[in-house]
Design a protein around this ligand. Structure first.
Ligand code: 5GP
Length: 123
């Protein structure tokens, strides 16, 4: 495990069922659940079940199976949420400049409405 990984971060607690979440989908290596503070009509968080701090750590250290499972679940969600044609946005924040709050790799899947153009700095 990456030494920088904090075993007590919120998503680690969700994975250990120490705190609850609204699960949307899962597979052997991946969990998807609703963001507690949604920024759009659809706002789903997708996380690997094993401990990775951010996308760099995941891409560098996860197994091929974990990476495949992760992106398969993303595509399942895109189909099930009916946003394949309408469109969506995927965001992952990393580190200080990325304003990452929870130090367990996750992506935000946003959609269900027009999301505007990208992001605004310092908003
Ligand atoms: P980050 O800023 O790290 O990319 O995003 C962390 C996300 O986790 C935020 O969108 C925040 O609303 C969400 N979040 C924080 N705590 C909880 C929680 O306890 N449960 C759920 N479902 N989402 C959370």
């Amino acid at each position: 495990m990456n030494n920088d990984y904090d075993r007590n971060n919120i998503f680690a607690k969700i994975l250990k069922s120490e705190i609850s979440c609204t699960k949307i989908d899962e597979n052997d290596n991946t969990l998807a659940f609703l963001d507690i503070n949604p920024q759009s009509n659809i706002h789903i968080l997708i996380i690997p079940k094993k401990p990775y701090v951010n996308i760099y750590d995941f891409n560098k250290n996860a197994s091929v199976n974990e990476i495949l499972d992760f992106w398969k679940l993303v595509n399942n969600l895109i189909e099930k949420q009916d946003i394949k044609e309408k469109g969506f946005r995927i965001i992952t924040n990393s580190g200080k400049d990325g304003n990452q709050d929870v130090m367990h790799f996750h992506i935000h899947l946003l959609g269900g409405e027009n999301l505007g153009r990208m992001i605004t700095l310092n908003s």
